[in-house]
Design a protein around this ligand. Structure first.
Ligand code: DGJ
Length: 748
């Protein structure tokens, strides 16, 4: 039983042998936090884990005769403000226009096997877990607060969320309601996050916790390119592969905050939830508000251990079940090949040529609808542009199918161009105040709070799916939301807009994915501007970044792998000079980087030389041979692009029988002084592995302790270059466990 209760002491211990989470009811009826971390052996009473601070003349306290009982210093589960705690709270709710301080007192609990779904929201799902719901009541507010904790049976994972119900007769207003709050006893952590911007998303950033508030957040109406809703608190001594790390991910795709407040006793309060800035939710009598979910991963095997737990969770308990074991098609996307300049003949030629290379899915990107010859028009007009495709979409889809390819289409459902039929008909469908409007990429945002707008898009998209027998949709979102105002919300309801907007987006995703479960969705937001677990619940892969440069992608994919499985990252081989960096990298390196993701191409195959075509055919065969390994394997980061000229990573099958290792060197070093070996991870020590293109077999312990021999780098002498050399070199090695008798036999 992973949830232990001590009814007399009112204590709760969630544990599964990997992680423990312990809390109790304090003497004022609030929930107090006792412990979160590596599994502790269970005992009947954990009261002694409660820590008190000496009362100071400056502190406020709950009881006159107990100055040490100050909420300012007690670790709590879901704190409020204004009640002797001066830190930022998990919840702020009150009666309209009345001064009140939330005072939620323990009422009861309920244990459920499995994990209830969250109405209207994406969330992890499983039968292999136990959930405890703690009910607290505030008699004055006449509100019930439910804290949901789920502990997974076989993973170091706890998920949390909260819901609030108004059981009274007066309106309540929620100003702030976090998914989770955790009070850590000290601040000895490195605050580790994934931040960046368009075309350089999810770079790894680290800073030591210090007294005060430190946070990452988004107020853009999308989880954003700038800060991913992921945060790791890494112990000072922890490394990539050792030590304690607490990882947090918010299953949400809109405004969020992940904040750590270090107080004057050096304790650290983590809060994760919808960003409270601008948020105001009217909770009418008998209504309830549910927060999105927070995933909490504990690792005692460093950052990599944390990532592996996230990957397993998202593979098994977040992406749509039908995609868990399905092979994702190798795709070609026409965006960088043609941009808006195409016609049917050109597209079919590209598809035919790609099909001959072994590519399986043709994706027609932006520009197939309305009169969209550039980005200034037609979003919202989801009917085919007969100037470009005079025979219509159905005919194109058939022709693509005739050349042996599946067909996929790009949509940007949430947007409207002022220069569109839809806008001329429904100017009021756009988000914005009547007197103010800001543009981004010449487009406005549709008000997804309004069900008639969501219905309109559902009709348009589902008709096209049926008409073209569509296999894949790339769902893009190219601008953030400004003037966040809906004409259908009353002035006092505008604080609900952002959350209601994303609920509308989720509802459209929900309808389409349930009606067309065979359609593979790839989420996208100007590249990786909404790469989050909320989207992953519907779309098992996401366009990682608009930056397709193989060297830039090392950082982007390395950072993204902190929380997300590599098989969720759309990664394509594109043309050189690269369209974002103008850098020229070898075709081999472009593929070697893209293999560690859902593989594809983003170039015009008609411009390739015969030699390049042969090389690409080989790449496709290689990926097809290894895509199950990439989908299911354990991922290990070996060398970080953030601190090295080299990057390395590897993926090992769950049974340790095979592995794929990627090694990348950004700048060449002449007569390299470094020992050219790479120490591997995750192999079976006693197993013997053949290494493709090598004459030897190696034991797992040799590969992990001594290392894999890298090809000798020798870049040039007197201007003559070695066969392979120069900048941006890379190698991918395939390792296979062979019979001991086969040792030292050459692998083909
Ligand atoms: C942004 C995406 O990230 C690109 O891949 C492409 O689909 C363009 N939008 C099309 O407008």
């Amino acid at each position: 039983m992973p949830i232990h209760t001590n009814l007399e002491k009112q204590q709760f211990h969630l544990t599964n042998g990997q992680v423990s989470y312990i809390f109790h009811v304090m003497k004022n009826g609030h929930l107090g936090h006792l412990y979160y971390g590596k599994a502790l052996r269970h005992r009947s009473d954990f009261s002694h884990l409660q820590t008190y601070y000496v009362a100071t003349p400056a502190s406020c306290h709950v009881y006159e005769d107990d100055p040490a009982f100050s909420l300012e210093t007690l670790r709590q589960e879901y704190p409020a403000y204004g009640n002797s705690d001066f830190r930022e709270p998990a919840i702020s709710v009150g009666k309209d226009n009345a001064l009140n301080v939330p005072d939620f007192k323990y009422d009861s609990f309920r244990i459920l096997e499995g994990k209830p779904r969250l109405e209207g929201l994406p969330a992890t799902y499983t039968d292999k877990a136990s959930t405890i719901q703690i009910l607290l009541k505030d008699e004055f507010l006449q509100a019930e607060l439910t804290l949901n904790y789920t502990i997974f049976q076989d993973k170091p994972v706890i998920t949390r969320s909260a819901s609030l119900k108004n059981y009274g007769t007066e309106n309540l207003v929620i100003d702030r309601m976090m998914g989770a709050s955790v009070d850590f006893p000290d601040k000895d952590f490195i605050f580790t996050h994934l931040s960046g911007s368009w075309s350089r998303e999810r770079h790894v950033k680290e800073r030591r916790l210090e007294m005060g508030n430190q946070s990452i957040s988004s107020l853009r109406g999308a989880s954003s390119h700038h800060h991913n809703p992921f945060l790791a608190l890494k112990r000072l001594e922890a490394t990539e592969h050792t030590g304690e790390v607490f990882g947090f991910n918010f299953v949400y795709s809109s405004n969020f905050i992940m904040q750590v407040e270090v107080d004057h006793y050096d304790t650290a309060r983590l809060t994760v939830g919808i960003h409270p800035f601008g948020f105001k939710w009217n909770l009418l009598p008998h209504e309830a508000f549910q927060t999105p979910e927070v995933v909490m991963v504990y690792s005692d095997k460093g950052l990599n251990g944390m990532s592996q737990a996230f990957h397993a969770l998202y593979r098994e308990n977040l992406i749509p079940a039908q995609w868990r074991k399905a092979k994702r098609p190798i795709l070609i996307n026409n965006w960088e090949a043609t941009y808006f300049d195409f016609n049917e003949e050109k597209l079919v030629k590209i598809a035919k040529s790609a099909s001959e290379l072994g590519i399986e899915l043709f994706v027609l990107d932006d520009g197939w609808f309305g009169k969209r010859n550039d980005d200034t028009s037609s979003l919202g007009d989801w009917h085919v542009d007969l100037n470009k495709l005079p025979n219509g979409l159905e005919s194109l889809a058939k022709k693509i199918s005739n050349v042996g390819m599946k067909f996929g289409l790009w949509f940007e459902p949430e947007m409207i161009s002022p220069n569109s039929e839809l806008y001329r008909e429904h100017p009021d469908w756009a988000v914005g105040t009547p007197h103010q409007r800001t543009f981004g990429r010449n487009q406005l945002v549709l008000d997804f709070y309004r069900p008639e707008i969501v219905d309109y898009l559902y009709e348009k998209m589902s008709n096209i799916i049926k008409l073209t027998n569509l296999s894949y949709i790339k769902w893009d979102m190219n601008r953030n939301i400004t003037e966040a105002f809906s004409r259908k919300l009353a002035p006092n309801e505008q604080g609900e807009f952002f959350h209601r907007y994303i609920l509308g987006v989720y509802s459209l995703y929900e309808r389409l994915t349930s009606e067309f479960p065979h359609v593979l969705f790839e989420s996208c937001a100007g590249g990786g501007g909404r790469f989050d677990p909320g989207m992953m619940y519907y779309a098992p892969q996401a366009w990682t970044s608009d930056d397709t440069d193989a060297i830039e992608r090392l950082k982007i994919q390395y950072g993204t792998s902190f929380a997300y499985p590599i098989y969720s990252m759309g990664s394509h081989v594109s043309a050189v000079p690269n369209h974002q960096t103008l850098r020229t990298t070898p075709l081999l390196t472009r593929a070697n980087t893209a293999y560690f993701g859902t593989f594809g191409y983003e170039l015009d195959p008609l411009t390739l030389s015969e030699e390049e075509r042969e090389e690409i055919k080989g790449q496709i065969v290689f990926y097809k041979n290894h895509r199950n390994l990439i989908r299911d394997g354990q991922f290990y980061r070996l060398l970080s692009p953030f601190s090295n000229n080299e990057t390395a990573w590897m993926v090992v099958s769950q049974d340790q029988s095979e592995a794929l290792v990627g090694y990348y060197k950004v700048l060449a070093t002449p007569n390299s002084p470094k020992q050219q070996t790479l120490r591997l991870r995750g192999l079976n020590e006693a197993a013997s592995y053949s290494v493709a293109r090598s004459n030897h077999a190696y034991y797992g312990d040799e590969l992990m302790q001594v290392g894999l021999q890298l090809p000798i780098e020798f870049n040039g002498v007197n201007g003559k270059s070695a066969e392979r050399g120069g900048d941006f070199q890379s190698h991918v090695f395939y390792l296979r466990n062979i019979d001991i008798g086969e040792k030292n036999k050459r692998m083909e």
